[in-house]
Design a protein around this ligand. Structure first.
Ligand SMILES: NC(=O)c1ccc[n+]([C@@H]2O[C@H](COP(=O)([O-])OP(=O)(O)OC[C@H]3O[C@@H](n4cnc5c(N)ncnc54)[C@H](OP(=O)(O)O)[C@@H]3O)[C@@H](O)[C@H]2O)c1
Length: 251
């Protein structure tokens, strides 16, 4: 039996964390796991939907489609936490009332495509811009963006989902590019894209039909797996797309 992760020891005796998309299935589970960890001092939970502030958790508004709100959220986190050792971007957009992933190219819609790019790629790029300067220049720091395996270009054998795939491929490239720059400032800093596995959340709900029960993770299991990856990760893995089980996926 695998014991639950009680702390993120690789960050030292005390650490602060930020979770973006803290209202989502994976984001809320990551926030709860972090709150239960002994060496996590404070967490800033960011979301469009208000989050209840309890114990270690402070919350603030963020809209990844609004650059000013990302800057304001970073200023809030700086005041609340001073040093930020871990930033997790667990937000994402696949579908909503106005938008469904494309099954065929005739369904490509420019406005929906732009929205997927804004939430899944440009928003995380602005998060990297505003939050990495708030992270220490020495010691392990991690900025992890929850991406998706379907963003892998070489692994695409199914087709479809043009906007979502393209936006995740874009964020993977942003991570790769940022990892090269950030290593010049802190050789222990990690910038990484994570694949959570198919997880039972609102995002995947309409597409769970063909997924075997044992391959459909609960948000709490998925969050625990991703935190184990974050605990084990070192700077040599920076810039990569890493799956829930710790394996490196091809771009
Ligand atoms: N579930 C899966 O099977 C699966 C598989 C592969 C990858 N992923 C990735 O995992 C990540 C988390 O997804 P999930 O499954 O937990 O989905 P979810 O439950 O639908 O959560 C999505 C989160 O994104 C936030 N969000 C959406 N638009 C936003 C915006 N404009 N500004 C700020 N936040 C925004 C939502 O918060 P508000 O609406 O409150 O803002 C919510 O917290 C996503 O990046 C997704 O692509 C999921």
């Amino acid at each position: 039996m695998i014991l639950p992760l009680t702390q993120l020891s690789s960050f030292g005796d005390t650490m602060n964390a930020v979770v973006i998309g803290a209202s989502g299935g994976i984001g809320s589970s990551m926030t709860s796991h972090l709150a239960s960890m002994e060496n996590v001092r404070r967490i800033v939970a960011l979301s469009r939907t208000p989050i209840e502030e309890t114990g270690k958790i402070s919350s603030h508004h963020i809209d990844l489609q609004n650059a000013e709100s990302i800057d304001a959220a970073a200023q809030f986190a700086k005041t609340a936490l001073q040093d930020i050792h871990l930033v997790i971007v667990a937000s994402g957009l696949l579908h909503d009332q106005a938008m469904q992933p494309e099954k065929a190219m005739r369904q490509i819609n420019g406005d929906n495509f732009a929205r997927a790019m804004a939430v899944n790629a440009i928003g995380p790029a602005l998060v990297i811009k505003h939050f990495t300067p708030l992270m220490p220049r020495t010691g392990k720091t991690v900025l992890a963006v929850v991406s998706a395996r379907v963003g892998s270009i070489s692994d695409n054998y199914l087709g479809g989902w043009y906007a979502y795939r393209a936006s995740k491929a874009a964020v993977n490239q942003i991570i790769r590019t940022g990892s090269i720059e950030i290593a010049r400032k802190n050789c222990d800093a990690v910038l990484v894209a994570l694949h959570p596995g198919t997880t039972d959340t609102n995002l995947s709900k309409p597409f769970q039909g063909g997924v075997a029960q044992e391959r459909l993770f609960s948000p709490t299991y998925s969050a625990e797996c991703l935190l184990r990856v974050i605990e084990r990760i070192t700077a040599s893995m920076s810039g990569k797309l890493i799956s829930w089980d710790g394996s490196v996926l091809p771009y």
